[in-house]
Design a protein around this ligand. Structure first.
Ligand code: ATP
Length: 445
């Protein structure tokens, strides 16, 4: 059977089950019956998520000399969210069914006359605007406490630190400020596993430009997003040019990057040209000067901005869907994740052929230590028979499995210090030196 790929035919249930079984993703607060819109990343998922974020840092920030990192607070002065328009406008249209009391996003109903939950017709009342920001109180006593919001996007922290970054780092325009962090949205209908969450994570950049330079910067970031999709091994990503009529009033161009999830083609990431709307709004509301001084032209102005906004969770789901394969190996059906080695949670697994032979175990430990100089994420797995170990590693996407046997110890002198290297995708095995195994791992990353 040819390996079958993937997002075309894999069901969401298959991915949810694999994610649970292999320690990637668990329902949030599961032993208490869960909490809608929250998921917890397990031992494998937490590493995969970090690897995706690290690849983003590398490609969008570290490899360039025009990007600056930021790690801003989740809680911000509520005036910032008034200025940005979130207090008045960050809302979704909500309808409630008068029969079953379930709530829905009015713009996502397939049939606005019929409740998708209880099936009754004409039970929806008026459409209300529902603000999606989570509010809480800051301060220990009721009278000194003020309403604050959990940030609904990471971008806000970037704009309010524009002046701090300019004053401390003296960047030359164009430059970007990049941030990864949690954001919170009280989604009316969280759903589709980790696609629509109430607690999510974003990777965002505000890339500041002179107005005349926005088109070039936009194209460059657009190309970089496609490169990132490729490096993650995503199957096709589609661009949706947002129609002029649907654009926010300050935006001249927005592209949605869409992915074919099992529940339809949906937004994965966004790229928006936002003009000078945000800095202008914060300058007006705060009174701080958020201008940039062009030293050469002796000119002061508010920069325009391009915003690539990427959801970590939606990316991770697209990665799992794209990597999932099923095939027949040696007459047995198996499933595996063809993850790019750079983001695989485990880079290789090392095991002694038999775990009750101390000399094999000692040698295997030694080999693992050699390989860990290449990358620390080298797993040790001597549990169960070797076929079971391989299946476990295949399902978490480990590119190589390395087995130490008596030939490694020199039982056949020609094979001294060689190991069996098994390839995840083909299941093929070859005999290579320990040094060669290390080199294979190094060059795969
Ligand atoms: P949607 O239309 O699907 O609600 P959006 O247009 O509101 O998304 P943005 O505000 O542009 O999304 O947010 C930027 C990115 O953050 C999205 O492209 C997505 O990757 C991610 N994101 C937004 N909302 C959620 C959510 N509820 N759960 C998970 N990721 C999200």
């Amino acid at each position: 059977m040819e390996p079958s790929n993937s997002s075309d035919n894999v069901t969401l249930e298959t991915i949810v089950a694999l994610a649970k079984r292999r320690g990637f993703i668990f329902p949030g607060s599961e032993i208490y019956g869960g909490l809608a819109g929250t998921f917890d990343y397990g031992p494998m998922g937490a590493v995969l998520k970090d690897n995706i974020k690290n690849l983003w840092w590398r490609m969008f920030v570290d490899m360039r000399d025009d990007m600056y990192r930021l790690d801003a607070a989740i809680l911000m002065n509520p005036k910032a969210w008034e200025a940005s328009g979130h207090v008045s406008g960050f809302s979704d249209p909500l309808v409630e069914c008068s029969n079953c009391k379930k709530r829905f996003r009015a713009d996502q109903l397939e049939n606005p006359e019929k409740c998708p939950s209880c099936g009754k017709e004409h039970t929806f009342g008026e459409v209300r605007q529902f603000n999606m920001m989570f509010a809480t109180k800051a301060g220990s006593t009721e009278d000194e406490s003020a309403t604050v919001y959990l940030r609904p996007e990471t971008a806000g922290g970037i704009f309010v630190n524009f002046k701090n970054v300019v004053d401390s780092m003296h960047p030359k325009l164009p430059f970007g400020i990049a941030q990864i962090g949690k954001a919170f949205r009280n989604e009316i209908a969280p759903r589709d596993f980790i696609f629509r969450l109430r607690e999510l994570e974003q990777m965002e950049i505000e890339y500041f430009v002179k107005e005349s330079g926005w088109k070039d910067a936009f194209s460059e970031l657009q190309a970089l997003m496609h490169e990132f999709a490729k490096a993650l091994g995503l199957s096709e990503v589609h661009e949706l040019e947002v129609e002029k009529a649907d654009l926010a009033h300050y935006s001249e161009r927005t592209i949605d990057f869409e992915f074919d999830y099992p529940f339809g083609r949906k937004e994965l990431w966004g790229l928006a040209y936002r003009g000078d709307f945000d800095l202008k709004a914060h300058q007006e509301a705060s009174g701080a000067k958020l201008e940039y001084l062009d030293e050469e032209l002796k000119e002061k102005f508010i920069p325009h901005v391009i915003e690539p906004s990427l959801g970590v969770d939606r990316t991770l789901l697209a990665v799992l869907l794209s990597a999932y394969r099923e095939d027949d190996l040696g007459g047995e059906k198996r499933s595996y994740l063809a993850l790019p080695p750079a983001i695989a949670p485990v880079k290789a697994m090392v095991a002694p052929l038999l775990k009750n032979k101390p000399e094999l175990v000692a040698k295997a430990r030694e080999v693992r230590a050699v390989l860990q100089k290449v990358h620390p994420a080298i797993a040790w797995d001597d549990n169960g028979n070797i076929g079971k170990r391989y299946r476990r590693q295949d399902e978490i996407g480990t590119p190589f499995c390395i087995t130490i046997d008596f030939d490694t110890l020199g039982e056949n002198p020609d094979l001294l210090d060689t190991v069996t290297l098994r390839h995840r995708d083909s299941g093929e095995q070859e005999r290579v030196s320990i040094a060669e195994a290390a080199e294979r791992i190094r060059t795969s990353l």
